[in-house]
Design a protein around this ligand. Structure first.
Ligand SMILES: *Cc1c(COP(=O)(O)O)cnc(C)c1O
Length: 394
């Protein structure tokens, strides 16, 4: 039993917060972005869409990714829709995706009238279970959506092998993994089409925005035909493209820094109590860290619930949240075709914790403080749990 000492208590029990000012802001003030903003304010491009900035960013992103085609658009969700349209996925056809995934993918499949087919994930890294994917394929399958989530990476070479054998195209969702790579090839270029998000919290941000990447002109012609209604219905603006350019130039450096900080966070001399790191099962994977996915083990923290653990971490100023709600746990069974049970997605639904990326660009000493916050919460887990119980019955 630790001797109660106010200074050593987690903030949720009244101790001094590890980060009194809360988590670092995102996006951070960036002089290069400030310079660009002044420029677009004076040259008038802030008021336009489609112009030099979009062209320059699309070209730079194409080169960065190493692919033939990039179509910029309004959001990652719009990118998923354009990709489905580009692949001629029509109403009534099936789209296979993971039961644990970003909700927008499922909703977009529904929005175009196609039928979602859910398959399980590997709870150790939230990646789609390739054997389950293969078993779910029927002649109705028009596309597969595969996401890289929370720093875990899907096994794209096995996914593509299965998909190509059946002639089904793959949309690789790299919205959380911009700049990640497998065997030197960028995430988002390993599927038939790749989708990216430039939403406000993402690694490259323009507040909103997205892109589709790919290798064949045919799909991009279809996407443009669909999106162009006398004007572009899903545009990324000149202003957005302008702020993305300097961020792209820094992305690799920042992703390297984030990866080193994740190493410090999860591979310290002592393992983090109650938090198990993701296990990447893909060879030569270089993940990008939008959220640091961790697997919470409540038993190691005196039965403290995951929600209470996240609340305690947030009280200490760490941006820590529960993972996604699995689709099959939150939508009616009639809205998708099921392929059996989803034990992996259930486990992810119940155990994933994610720490938001801005902390990963801070000094190593900051990561040591995050570890301290976790250890402090763990040391007082029973007390936090008792307090939560008390307040629940008040
Ligand atoms: C953020 C995200 C998207 C797209 O989000 P938008 O907010 O529409 O840009 C898609 N998939 C995943 C996995 C995401 O994290």
């Amino acid at each position: 039993m630790p001797v109660p000492d106010d200074n050593d208590m987690p903030a949720i029990l009244g101790g001094p917060p590890v980060f009194p000012d809360g988590p670092p802001a995102w996006p951070a003030v960036d002089p290069r972005v400030c310079a660009v903003l002044r420029e677009v304010a004076t040259d008038g491009s802030w008021g336009r869409y489609h112009g030099g900035n979009c062209e320059r960013f699309a070209a730079a992103f194409r080169e960065y990714l190493g692919c033939e085609h990039v179509e910029l658009c309004a959001s990652g969700t719009a990118a998923i829709e354009l990709a489905l349209r580009g692949l001629k996925v029509t109403a009534g056809r099936e789209v296979i995706l993971a039961a644990y995934d970003y909700r927008a993918a499922f909703r977009t499949v529904q929005a175009i009238g196609a039928r979602p087919v859910l398959v399980d994930v590997d709870p150790r890294n939230c990646a789609i279970d390739v054997a389950a994917l293969e078993a779910a394929m029927t002649d109705d399958a028009a596309a597969i959506i595969v996401s890289h989530l929370h720093g875990g990476m899907a096994d794209m070479s096995r996914v593509m092998e299965v998909a190509e054998r059946r002639g089904v195209p793959v949309i690789e969702d790299a919205c959380q993994a911009t700049g990640a790579a497998i065997a030197g090839r960028r995430a988002g270029t390993l599927g038939t089409l790749g989708v990216f998000s430039f939403g406000g919290s993402k690694l490259l941000t323009a507040g909103r925005g997205g892109a589709v990447a790919g290798h064949s002109a045919r799909e991009f012609q279809r996407m443009r035909l669909y999106a162009f209604r006398g004007n572009d219905a899903y545009p990324l603006s000149e202003l957005q493209a302008a702020v993305l350019l300097p961020q792209l130039a820094q992305l690799d450096e920042r992703n390297d820094c984030r990866a080193r900080r994740v190493g410090l966070l999860t591979e310290g001399r002592h393992p983090l109590p109650g938090l198990n790191r993701f296990e990447n099962s893909v060879a030569d994977a270089e993940p990008a860290w939008y959220k640091v996915g961790l697997r919470y083990d409540s038993a190691a923290l005196d039965g403290l619930s995951r929600a209470a653990f996240c609340r305690a971490m947030r009280a200490d100023g760490v941006a820590c949240d529960e993972g996604f709600g699995a689709v099959h746990r939150t939508v009616s069974r009639s809205r998708y075709r099921s392929t059996g049970l989803f034990p992996g997605a259930d486990e992810a639904h119940e155990t994933v914790v994610q720490i938001h990326h801005p902390i990963l660009l801070q000094d190593p000493s900051t990561i040591a403080e995050v570890r301290r916050a976790v250890c402090r919460v763990a040391a007082y887990a029973a007390e936090i749990r008792a307090r939560e119980k008390g307040s629940a019955t008040e």
